[in-house]
Design a protein around this ligand. Structure first.
Ligand SMILES: Cc1cc2nc3c(=O)[nH]c(=O)nc-3n(C[C@H](O)[C@H](O)[C@H](O)COP(=O)(O)OP(=O)(O)OC[C@H]3O[C@@H](n4cnc5c(N)ncnc54)[C@H](O)[C@@H]3O)c2cc1C
Length: 453
C-alpha cells in the first residue's frame, strides 16, 4: 500500500509529492492532463517568444518561488519600467513610477486596487438603488469599512492605498466607520482614484523562457511516480486506507490522499463517505473566478518610445489591466491583458477574433493608433479548461473567509487538501500553493507514521 496518493500536478501537488519522496515515503502523483503545471502553462508564439498563459509574476516576497527559480538556475525578467497608464472616468493619465521601495506598487497591487475600487463603486450603486437588497443585507452593510477592505483587497499596497483615500475622507479610524457610511460617501461623488497617489514601483518579475519550466523540472525529479491522464473520479476511505479511483484504469490504494486541486474541483469528486456539507457550502460561496488571459504581438515595443511601461490600470472597460511581456527591446513587442469576471463570461461566448478586436480597440484607446496593427493574437479561457474550470482563484465574499474559508484546509479523515486556495498567506498565488503543500505534508507525515506504527 502507498503512503500517499497526491492528486493534481500543479505547484501544490508537485511540491507535496517531491517533499514526501525526499523524506522516503512511497508516493504516487496523479494528474488528469498530459502535462504538469495546472494553472501554470507556457506557449511559444510564431516568432519564438515564450509567453505564460497562466501564472506568471513572482513578487519579491514570494520566497519559496524565488528559491525554486534560483535552484533551477532560471533567469528573472523584471517588469518593464516606464510610466504607468491610468484610465479613470474615461480620462487617460501617464504617471511616473516612484523608485522608492517604500512606496512600491506592484502589478498585483495595481490590479488589486483597480478591482477594489470597481467593487466599491458597484456596491455603492446597488446600496443606493436597491432598497430591498439594502434591507436584506443591513447587518452586512454595518461591518466596518476596514473589515471590508481586508476581505476584498489582497495586497498590502492595495489595502494601504484604499485606506489612505478613505482616511482622507473620514479623518477617523476606519474600524469605526461602517461600510454603509463609506458607500454613501462614494455615491456622494468622492473621487477615490484621484485621492490615490499614483507613484508605484514594480517589484515583480517573470521567468525568461516561461514559468512552465519550473513544474517541468519538478516533474522530472519525481520521475515515474507521476502518472499522466489519470483522471480521479472518486475516493473511498475507511479507518485503514483510502482508494483513489480513476475514470479509466486501476485504482490506487494508500494510507492517505492529498487533493491538490482547486476546492471547486475537489468537491466534485465522489467521496465515500461524503465530504462534510459545510465544506460544499463554503466552496460554493467562494466561487472560482473567471479569467481570459490575452496577448497581442507587435513588430516592436513602440510604446516604450513614449516612455510608457505598457502597464495600464482602468476603472472600466473589457480589459482593465495590461502588462508589457516583451522579451527583448530589440525583438517583437508583446502586450498582455485580462478579460475578467462578467466581461470574461460575455466574451467567452464570442469568437477569438472578436476578443482580439476588443483587446486591440482597448489598446488603441489607451496607447494610441499604433496599437491597431498587431501581428498576432492568442488567448486562453481558463473557465473552459476541463481541469481548472475557473481562475485566477477563489474570490472570498466578505465574511466567508473569516467564517469558514480558513477551515477549508482541515482534513476529512484520510483526505488532505493543498493548493493556492488553502493558503493562509499568499492565498490564490503560486507562492500560496507551494506553502500550503508544505504545511499539508507535515500533517500527512504525522498521520502516515502513526498508521505505520
Ligand atoms: C491567467 C492566470 C494568471 C495568473 N497569474 C498569476 C501570477 O502572475 N502570479 C501568481 O502567483 N499566481 C498567478 N495565478 C494563480 C496561480 O497560477 C495559481 O494560484 C497556482 O498555479 C495554483 O496551483 P495549484 O497547484 O494550487 O492548483 P492548479 O495549478 O490548478 O493544479 C491542480 C492540478 O490538478 C489537476 N486536476 C484537476 N482535476 C483533476 C482530477 N480529477 N484528477 C487528477 N488531476 C486533476 C489539474 O490538471 C492541475 O494540474 C494566475 C492564474 C491564472 C489562471
Amino acid at each position: 500500500m502507498l503512503d500517499c496518493v497526491v492528486v493534481g500536478a500543479g505547484f501544490a501537488g508537485l511540491t507535496a509529492a517531491k517533499e514526501l519522496i525526499e523524506r522516503g515515503y512511497d508516493v504516487a502523483l496523479v494528474e488528469a492532463r498530459d502535462r504538469v503545471g495546472g494553472r501554470v502553462m507556457s506557449a511559444t508564439l510564431s516568432g519564438g517568444e515564450v509567453i505564460d498563459l497562466g501564472g506568471q509574476w513572482i513578487a519579491p516576497s514570494h520566497d519559496r518561488m524565488l528559491e525554486l527559480v534560483k535552484d533551477a538556475g532560471l533567469e528573472l525578467i523584471p517588469a518593464n519600467p516606464g510610466m504607468l497608464t491610468l484610465v479613470q472616468h474615461g480620462e487617460i493619465r501617464n504617471v511616473a513610477q516612484s523608485d522608492s521601495d517604500d512606496d512600491a506598487r506592484t502589478p498585483f497591487a495595481v490590479a488589486d486596487l483597480g478591482q477594489g475600487l470597481m467593487r466599491l463603486r458597484r456596491l455603492a450603486d446597488r446600496a443606493g438603488q436597491d432598497d430591498v437588497w439594502a434591507e436584506a443585507n443591513a447587518a452586512w452593510l454595518d461591518q466596518s469599512i476596514d473589515r471590508w477592505i481586508v476581505s476584498n483587497l489582497r495586497t498590502p499596497t492595495g489595502r494601504r492605498d484604499i485606506r489612505a483615500a478613505m482616511k482622507a475622507v473620514f479623518e477617523s479610524a476606519l474600524d469605526k466607520i461602517s461600510l454603509r457610511q463609506a458607500l454613501d460617501k462614494v455615491r456622494e461623488g468622492i473621487d477615490m482614484e484621484n485621492l490615490i497617489a499614483a507613484n508605484g514601483d514594480i517589484g515583480q518579475a517573470r521567468v525568461r523562457g516561461g514559468l512552465a519550466q519550473l513544474p517541468e523540472r519538478m516533474a522530472a525529479e519525481i520521475g515515474d511516480r507521476l502518472r499522466y491522464r489519470f483522471v480521479v473520479d472518486s475516493i473511498e476511505q475507511d479507518d485503514d486506507h483510502v482508494i483513489v479511483r480513476p475514470t479509466l484504469g486501476e485504482p490506487l490504494e494508500a494510507r492517505t490522499v492529498i487533493l491538490a486541486l482547486p476546492p471547486w474541483l475537489a468537491i466534485r469528486l465522489r467521496a465515500t463517505p461524503p465530504l462534510a456539507g459545510w465544506r460544499e457550502d463554503a466552496v460554493r460561496k467562494v466561487g472560482a473566478g473567471n479569467v481570459i488571459k490575452c496577448y497581442l504581438v507587435y513588430d516592436r515595443p513602440w510604446w516604450r518610445d513614449k516612455g510608457l511601461s505598457g502597464q495600464m490600470s482602468a476603472d472600466e472597460g473589457a480589459v482593465r489591466v495590461t502588462f508589457d511581456c516583451t522579451d527583448s527591446p530589440e525583438g517583437r513587442g508583446v502586450l498582455m491583458g485580462f478579460f475578467e469576471g462578467a466581461e470574461a463570461s460575455m466574451l467567452a461566448k464570442f469568437s477569438k477574433s472578436m476578443r482580439e478586436r476588443v483587446f486591440k480597440d482597448t489598446l488603441v484607446d489607451v496607447f494610441g493608433p499604433r496599437a491597431a496593427h498587431p501581428l498576432e493574437y492568442t488567448d486562453i479561457d481558463w473557465a473552459a479548461e476541463e481541469f481548472t474550470r475557473g481562475s485566477h482563484g477563489a474570490h472570498f465574499a466578505p465574511g466567508v473567509w473569516s467564517v469558514t474559508g480558513a477551515e477549508l484546509g482541515v482534513p476529512c479523515g484520510r483526505i488532505y487538501f493543498a493548493g493556492a486556495e488553502y493558503a493562509n498567506k499568499f492565498n490564490g498565488y503560486m507562492e500560496g500553493a507551494v506553502r500550503s503543500a508544505h504545511e499539508t505534508v507535515q500533517s500527512v507525515i504525522l498521520r502516515v507514521n502513526e498508521t505505520a506504527a
